[in-house]
Design a protein around this ligand. Sequence first.
Ligand code: ADP
Length: 554
Amino acid sequence: MSVSIFDIINNVSSAGWVIVTGSSLAVVFWAIIFWQDIKNRSSKFFLLFSFVVFMWGSASVFFNASIGTPFIYKAVTILYFIAGFVAPTLFLAIDAFSNRESRSPFKKFAIIFGPYFLLSLGFLKPGLIVGYEHFAGATDGRIVFGKFFSIYIFYSVILVALGVRNLVKKYQESAGIFRHEMRDFLITFIVAASVALAGTLFSPIFTKNQDFFWIGYIGGALPFLVISGLIFIKYSFLNIKVIATELFISTIVFVLIAELFLAGSPADLVIKTSITIIIIFSSSFLIGSVRREIQSKERITELLVDLDRISRRLKVLDKKKSEFLSIASHHLRDPLTVIKGYSSMLLEGSFGEISQSVKESIEKIYTSSGHLITMISDFMDISRIESGNMKYVFADVDVKKLVVDLADEMKQNADRSHLAFSVNVDDTTTVGGELFVTVGDAGKLRQVFSNLIDNSIKYTPKGNVSVLLKKSHDGKKIIFNVFDTGIGMSENTLGKIFKKFSRADGVSKVYTEGTGLGLYVAAEIIKKHEGRIWAESEGEGHGSSFFVELDAKR
Ligand code: ADP
């Protein structure tokens, strides 16, 4: 009776097809994982192991399909020869998995595979390790185990046991996420290995056939490959979406290639081959784009996380800066106030007459300490505004009284700068126009008006500075206006002066000590009063006019 390989293929049971297809997909799965990072040793050894498992499964299918044919004698030898590679490759995979940093020197290979190389010589003599004998007069028979089979078993079992020992040791040593990974892997391994060993190794010893191989294989070996692959993906932070896409496409390609073998005619074969090639090409682009998209998404997520961390850090630093500024400013301002106070008393003659030259020097001390105090107060205000600690005490404020009182003080500054200074209150325009009451923080409003008048004096080399207080036509608004015949402002300057640290270009020639903070603070204060502040100017050299508009209380 002549039996061809096709007769054997026809004999393959459905469990056999599940084994072949399932294990090929397991190889594809591990190939994809390996493809994500080809330098990774553990995925490399797992790929090797999955391939050996595939060969082993195919050999068993071949064995079962060969029962009753002359091939059976070879089939049993091939099956056990290939099965002998399962334990050593599994050991290598586990070893690489549990000792990721260790290298795999040639010596390790020699120690692991060396004994098997010698032992496998025993396969040359049928019956020494395994053999097959027919029942008299029947087509089937049974597997017979030879003298060396116990060595064969010992070799495989000892390697599996060493693998378990490695895993347990690594589990005990490891911590954190690595410990979780080892635990998951160990559980999978113990459960799967028990099922696989029972079905594929021990069951044939008792039954003398491979009838239960599929249980050990489909219930143990294949799930082990799949679950350990998933664990690997999870803990190596590989992207499951990319892998799923690749696996999906590989399955399609796999099916298409299988279809090629079923082609009915040459024309059918050409069409199917073309379709397969087109799909392989287009899917490689698809995978590429999925990869790129995921990579860029991951990059964006990383950047967002970085940005969030940096912004939180910056906020903390900014708060610390404001606190520091506030403390430092306090310590600077207090002694300066004393200096200013004493120089003022000296100038007033509280300590007796002083000569003209001393008086001039003390005047300089007085003015400079005044500038410094203003500057420091601005800094303190900035730190308060930025840390949200600017305190306001709102009450009824008589703006007219406030401006008139202030003007008296400011007049002295204007006199010192040889400028004409005038204050006018227009209380005739509306009914009840004589009342200039608003709800606000008197101290803060005083600070704003004083700053605006002070600026006009500073930036007016000659001419006059005038203050006008009036009400809007409907009587609902109080309008404070200070205008001067000073250096004026360009369009560009007008657009920026209310911003922090903003000064006109070249203005430091007129007034060196400025910080560009006063108007920013003023704008912040007026904002809190729900009022408006703005500036107007006909241009450089044509004077400036500043306005503050507040709600009038009725
Ligand atoms: P500082 O006076 O300390 O520079 P401010 O915030 O008070 O800071 O003013 C910002 C800028 O606005 C000044 O540097 C100046 O360029 C411009 N400015 C303010 N007031 C006047 C004014 N009355 N005339 C011309 N320019 C002015």
